[in-house]
Design a binder for this molecule. Structure first.
Ligand SMILES: Cc1cc2nc3c(=O)[nH]c(=O)nc-3n(C[C@H](O)[C@H](O)[C@H](O)COP(=O)(O)O)c2cc1C
Length: 232
């Protein structure tokens, strides 16, 4: 029976949205009869080291993370750079871990995470590993916040992906498309959202306005402390 190493790349560790989204994938993996995966949080120093050590012996690795400023968190980049020795040795080894990825973002549209997906496909090639695919999902915050019945369909599809990973070492394209949800807003929806965010009374801004007031920095909301450092 093949082994799975699950790596959580969120700096928020075990309470992160990334972990919340990977949990059903793990359940799906186990539902196939495959053994309990090892789960490591890269944000924990000791676990980060173990994640490097355990990488080459795993049959399958699932690396999940949030999207931070349209990229992977620095922690994940650091981890990938630590795998450099395996790039050199990839051609010499017969058995390479199959690599699967999960990227979840704050914004709803899946397209924000697509550049990372392309990067991961290339990374698997460079490491000489079979590529299982990348699970992409927007509105990652909703899974821990929304009631169970709102999340039921998503959780079911994430479990199905975990089961596919165990049985086929590959996510199905059809399941990945369903989990991705909104790929891109329609022009009409985009126009409405743009209006909502640009209006002075924008409802989406109220959360941030309250945080500014609570922290007594409302008067400094347009401060640009690094503006002078910009090249002219
Ligand atoms: C520093 C930072 C940068 C972020 N950048 C983006 C971004 O560029 N695009 C996006 O859709 N969400 C962005 N987000 C939102 C996170 O992707 C989202 O809240 C995610 O669910 C957090 O997952 P976690 O709990 O696993 O860390 C950012 C969040 C933080 C804290």
């Amino acid at each position: 029976m093949s082994s799975l190493l699950v790596l959580n790349g969120s700096p928020r560790g075990s309470h992160s949205n990334s972990m919340c989204m990977m949990s059903p994938v793990i359940e799906g993996w186990k539902s196939s009869g495959a053994p309990e995966p090892e789960v490591l949080h890269l944000a924990q120093r000791g676990e980060f080291e173990r994640a490097i050590e355990h990488f080459p012996a795993a049959d399958t690795v699932l690396l999940g993370m949030p999207l931070y400023t349209d990229a992977m968190p620095a922690l994940v980049k650091l981890y990938i750079e630590a795998l450099a020795p395996y790039v050199e040795s990839a051609s010499q080894r017969d058995q390479k871990p199959t690599l699967g990825f999960l990227v979840q973002s704050g914004f709803e549209e899946a397209l924000h995470s697509r550049p990372l997906e392309h990067y991961f496909e290339k990374l698997a090639r460079r490491l000489g590993s079979p590529y299982a695919g990348t699970i992409v999902r927007g509105s990652g915050w909703s899974l821990p916040l929304m009631p169970e019945n709102e999340n039921r369909a998503l959780v079911t599809h994430l479990r199905a992906l975990g089961n596919q990973l165990a049985r086929n070492r590959r996510f199905s394209e059809a399941e990945l498309r369903v989990v991705a949800g909104t790929e891109r807003f329609s022009p009409t929806a985009a126009a409405w959202l743009s209006l909502a965010f640009s209006s002075p009374a924008a409802i989406p801004n109220s959360h941030w306005d309250r945080a500014l007031e609570k922290n007594n920095v409302w008067d400094r909301r347009y401060a640009a402390p690094y503006a002078d450092a910009l090249p002219t």
